[in-house]
Unconditional design. Structure first.
Length: 116
């Protein structure tokens, strides 16, 4: 079993930044993929960013150049740095862990509200 706890959400104005953190209950070195997803009210869940245990990253086109995903294996933590936030990016952001052959795990989510 893998437990994930997100933090760092909040209320910001358009153009401002937030950094989300996801603390994992076990070594993330052995987790194949860590990712961030978001779900806005009335919309489908969207993948935002992924990072493999090899350090490769994938970001959705709409956040490239503004968001960065990173991992700190020593702290069992994955981060999502979000810069130049837009109002349409208001959503609940979820952290997800994928362990090949074992399963997928998700946190409880962190609310991000971008509004003037």
């Amino acid at each position: 079993q893998v437990q994930l706890v997100e933090s760092g959400g909040g209320f910001v104005q358009p153009g401002e930044s937030l950094r989300l953190s996801c603390v994992v209950s076990r070594s993330i070195f052995s987790i194949n993929i860590m990712g961030w997803y978001r779900q806005a009210p009335g919309k489908q869940r969207e993948s935002v960013a992924l990072i493999t245990n090899g350090g490769n990253t994938v970001l959705v086109d709409s956040v490239k150049g503004r968001f960065t995903i990173s991992r700190d294996n020593a702290r069992n933590t994955v981060y999502l740095q979000m810069n130049s936030l837009k109002s349409e990016e208001t959503a609940v952001y979820y952290c997800k862990a994928v362990v090949f052959g074992t399963g997928e795990y998700e946190g409880q989510g962190a609310q991000v509200t971008v509004s003037s």
